[in-house]
Design a protein around this ligand. Structure first.
Ligand SMILES: [Zn+2]
Length: 70
């Protein structure tokens, strides 16, 4: 009885962690957790791709300016 209650708690913690973990980005190269401020991995210097980057905006702007010709 007691062990099943403990197992339920472990499951709840695991589920809670699964929901919380994706918020913290990890380095695809060395799997170190990314620090919030840094655009670079503190372990290996991997450059993280940030959504809403300058390149993305440029591509969308380009597509829109081409659109009237179609
Ligand atoms: Zn890294």
């Amino acid at each position: 009885m007691l062990w099943s209650a403990g197992f339920a708690v472990i499951l709840l913690v695991a589920v809670a962690l699964k929901y919380l973990m994706p918020r913290r980005e990890r380095c695809p190269q060395c799997h170190a957790a990314r620090s919030a401020d840094s655009p670079l991995c503190p372990e290996c210097g991997w450059i993280f791709e940030t959504p809403g980057d300058e390149d993305d905006g440029f591509e969308y702007g380009e597509a829109e300016s081409v659109d009237p010709w179609n």
